[in-house]
Ligand binder design. Structure first.
Ligand SMILES: Cc1cc2nc3c(=O)[nH]c(=O)nc-3n(C[C@H](O)[C@H](O)[C@H](O)COP(=O)(O)OP(=O)(O)OC[C@H]3O[C@@H](n4cnc5c(N)ncnc54)[C@H](O)[C@@H]3O)c2cc1C
Length: 498
């Protein structure tokens, strides 16, 4: 074998997967067809539980998170409606504003620091697989060559060649009615309330910054990001212009959506027009020794920014399972739980982004539906439901006797140290915070034992992706040995050395 795993694509998902595999001691080679990191304007930030997940790898702070750990935001949007998150007790909506280019730079640095090999200008051209591995044909700068690996992961985006070559269908829908336009533009100061930043548009009304805003004619958003170029964005349901996109096309679109003239000041040559979009999920996430992550596995509307919340958590789910398989200690069926756990999450993202698209569409019926929905969003229970849905906080991979089982770890401190920091090694952890640490003798070679005191009396078996395999509130719970068997192989349990 030339390497353990070939990853096609050095986008955010391929890069995080490389880092995860290295953390687990597995050798990945990342193939990237571009010779330099992309500067394409895509994500403007990370939204949801992915921020906590990256904090569990020490990657949230380099992306701008508060040093004491990420803090949820007091408000966000759903279908261009305000989500008043201050109304709810358990706010799960964490947001890290950061351009995708920076996210990729941080992930690349981490992957390389951990020893991953990244080959830029090398494109996955073809592959074959057999019982022992995958042979990948690579088109590199000096010609074509082969690489032999145990597994291949397609992190090569929505048009994934890996997916196509694996013969995996990509069913779903293509919508061609929406035309989105964007560009770097600011708005003259006289239109902005200096205290709140709210746009005061004569003849139209107030529009808060950063939030999508719907009129009967389309969507408008103004995002004055601190320290970077402000963005103006519109979406309309019209025939696209076929000429090259221009700044005046953006200006005209803004004026159409608002129904009044709002002057824009061009801040850079960057303008973009996107027509339509796709909502699709791969029919399988695995074909033998080939797996798909991120956009290669699913694409959907970017409304609300769910793409990286979904993709990066695919990767955290897959990384340790794939490493266990490569290292030969994976319990039977472990790798297949990647798809059984992540497909339903992808389906919920498809559901909620399609619902948002329907709720911002034009027409008086939609306006009425929105008015009703806005009433529902004054109810804390509804806000909690939507917040859990869009952030991925409602993920429960599997049930168990304890309510924490199958869920992501809560925020705790153990002897003054945040649990997120304790989990950064990416190893499974048996955390026993109960008096006398009654479960401390139950561990095995793959699991680290952590004891200590915290204001929550609990014991938890935590998977490397931060999800809880088993939990107990007292010393007499059963199920720990079964959980160790199920997730970390049924080795002879050894006395822990603490
Ligand atoms: C306009 C826009 C705004 C968005 N905003 C947000 C947002 O705010 N928040 C959010 O979370 N998400 C957002 N997204 C979605 C997010 O950008 C994607 O989900 C994310 O880029 C997917 O990452 P990926 O690594 O799966 O694929 P990609 O980022 O597409 O990376 C795939 C990589 O594979 C390489 N590649 C392709 N084929 C091959 C091959 N054969 N061999 C080798 N390399 C190959 C490509 O060059 C590319 O570098 C937005 C998307 C768009 C388009």
């Amino acid at each position: 074998m030339d390497t353990d795993v070939v990853i096609a694509g050095a986008g955010p998902n391929g890069l995080l997967l490389a880092a995860e595999l290295r953390l687990a001691g597995v050798r990945p080679i990342v193939l990237e067809r571009l010779t330099e990191r992309s500067t394409e304007q895509r994500a403007n930030g990370l939204v949801g539980q992915v921020v906590r997940a990256l904090d569990r790898r020490g990657l949230a702070e380099p992306l701008g998170s508060e040093p004491g750990g990420p803090v949820p935001r007091p408000e966000y949007i759903f279908a261009a409606m305000r989500l008043a998150l201050q109304l709810i007790d358990n706010n799960p909506v964490y947001i890290l504003p950061s351009p995708q280019a920076k996210i990729e730079a941080v992930l690349e640095e981490r992957a390389l620091e951990l020893g991953a090999e990244l080959r830029r200008g090398h494109e996955l051209a073809d592959f074959t697989q057999d019982d022992d591995g995958v042979t990948v044909e690579v088109a590199g700068p000096d010609g074509t060559y082969s690489l032999r690996a145990r597994f291949l992961v397609g992190a090569d985006g929505g048009h994934s060649r890996t997916r196509k070559l694996a013969g995996i269908d990509f069913p779903g829908v293509t919508h061609d009615a929406t035309v989105s336009r964007g560009g770097h533009a600011s708005i003259p100061a006289e239109y902005i309330d200096p205290a709140t930043g709210v746009l005061r548009i004569p003849g139209y009304g107030d529009v808060p910054p950063f939030m999508h805003h719907r009129s009967d004619r389309g969507l408008f958003a103004y995002a004055p990001f601190p320290g970077r170029q402000p963005l103006v964005h519109t979406s309309e349901w019209d025939e696209p212009d076929t000429d090259e996109m221009t700044f005046s096309e953006l200006q005209e679109s803004v004026d159409r959506v608002l129904g009044v003239h709002l002057p824009l000041i061009q801040e850079s040559p960057f303008v973009r027009r996107n027509v339509g979009g796709n909502t699709r999920i791969a029919e399988r996430f695995r074909a033998g020794r080939v797996l798909l992550v991120g956009d290669a596995a699913h694409v959907h509307s970017a409304m609300g920014g769910p793409g990286l919340n979904l993709g990066l958590q695919d990767v955290l789910n897959l990384g340790w399972k794939l490493a266990a398989e490569v290292q030969g200690w994976a319990p039977e069926g472990l790798l297949d739980t990647y798809e059984s756990e992540r497909r339903p999450v992808g389906e919920r993202v498809v559901m909620q982004t399609q619902a948002q698209s329907a709720l911002v569409a034009p027409g008086p019926e939609v306006t009425a539906l929105r008015a009703m929905f806005a009433e529902l969003l004054t109810e804390p229970a509804t806000v909690q439901h939507i917040a859990d849905l869009i952030s991925g906080a409602d993920i429960r991979y599997f049930d168990g006797r304890h309510p924490l089982i199958g869920r992501a770890v809560p925020d705790l401190t153990v002897d003054g140290v945040r649990l997120a920091e304790i989990l950064r090694s990416g190893r499974p952890v048996l955390l026993d915070l109960l008096d006398g640490s009654p479960y401390a003798s139950h561990t095995n070679d793959h699991v680290d034992l952590v004891t200590g005191s915290s204001d929550r009396q609990v014991a938890m078996l935590i998977r490397p992706d931060g999800y809880i395999a088993w939990a107990a509130d007292d010393a007499n719970a059963d199920g720990l040995e079964d959980a160790l068997d199920k997730w970390f192989q049924g080795r002879v349990l050894t006395k822990a050395t603490t």
